[in-house]
Write a protein that binds this ligand. Structure first.
Ligand code: FO1
Length: 307
């Protein structure tokens, strides 16, 4: 069964691990968010793509959720001693990837090719594609002003309530090579349990990707990132409450109106399924504590396609 997963970073990466545990790795294509990408210390950082790469390569730091296990911070210490930019913490192991990526991008290589090369070197057998090779950046509109995503998320600790989102560059962004082909050939589309507003929406902001998902002839299943109306980590619940008017499964489903056929919800939300309309609920345990839990969650979503 060929599967395409649209995914953000940390939670999405854990879900992708589960999908790869449930179907052969080379049947899976992951389309990752680049709206979080940021230039730090002159380097191009792709946090969500890297979280997925590190998770699939078994190099990720489970506890922190982002970056590499066994990370050290010697370079950052030097940067700090020199009064350089340290608000976005780049570890020594992580920096190697940013150096290689930035050099390749400056030499004119598209991001999709650089990511494919890095994935190959890390022994990742799953195809990981950025949503687009074009510049697409998420901006967060708040009462305190509009901020680039990472400035709001990391530097301001996502404390400001979000009033609006803007995906700079999305109007003209083209899907990265392979994205539309993968969507056309898939037997199942999955939306990972990532933040609908800042992880999945920037992918769907690429017009041709959204149109391909809307025109699908195969099931599309989203996995809710909320458990009992709360985010496991991060601002998804606050954003849903403010922007969608609530945190029930129906509010999550409404973020994907016309795009999904089923929504995987946690057992804790099984009593709160009103208002889903045509969207079929699939009740499962969605907390991805370990490899088994991730695979079981993936299997629940994959079950939307009859074997
Ligand atoms: N998140 C933080 O909260 N603080 C950081 O300093 C930070 C650095 C960082 C470096 C590389 C990377 O790939 C991710 C990093 N993240 C950091 C996580 C990142 O901001 C978020 O995981 C995503 O952008 C949200 O999906």
């Amino acid at each position: 069964m060929r599967v395409v997963v649209l995914s953000g970073g940390v939670g999405g990466a854990r879900f992708v691990q589960g999908v790869v545990g449930a179907v052969p790795a080379d049947d899976v294509t992951v389309v990752g968010n680049v709206g979080d990408d940021v230039e730090v210390l002159g380097l191009h950082v792709s946090p969500d793509l890297d979280s997925i790469l590190y998770a699939l390569a078994g190099l990720n730091d489970e506890e922190r959720g982002w970056g590499r296990a066994g990370e050290t911070w010697r370079v950052l210490e030097t940067v700090a001693a020199l009064n350089g930019e340290t608000w976005f913490r780049l570890g020594d192991l992580d920096l190697g990837v940013h150096l290689v990526r930035t050099q390749a991008l400056r030499a004119g290589e598209p991001l999709s090719r650089v990511i494919a090369r890095i994935a190959d070197e890390l022994g990742v057998g799953t195809r990981l594609l950025p949503a687009t090779d074009d510049r697409l950046r998420t901006w967060i509109g708040t009462g305190a002003g509009e901020f680039p995503f990472q400035e709001w998320f990391v530097s301001r600790g996502h404390r400001d309530e979000v009033d609006a989102l803007r995906f700079e560059g999305a109007e003209t962004a083209a899907p990265a090579p392979g994205v539309l082909e993968a969507l056309a050939q898939a037997d199942l589309l999955l939306l990972a349990p990532s933040n609908p507003y800042v992880s999945i929406a920037p992918i769907l902001a690429v017009g041709e990707i959204r149109a391909a998902v809307a025109a699908r002839t195969v099931p599309c299943v989203a996995v809710s990132p909320l458990i009992a109306g709360r985010a496991v980590k991060g601002p998804a619940d606050r954003m849903l409450a403010r922007l969608a008017g609530g945190t029930s499964p129906a509010h999550v489903a409404r973020c994907y109106e016309g795009l999904i056929d089923a929504l995987v919800v946690d057992e804790a939300d099984a009593g709160d399924l009103d208002g889903l309309g045509d969207v079929r609920p699939i009740v499962a345990r969605t907390l991805m504590v370990d490899g088994d839990a991730r695979r079981r969650l993936a299997e629940a979503a994959l079950g939307a396609v009859p074997a």
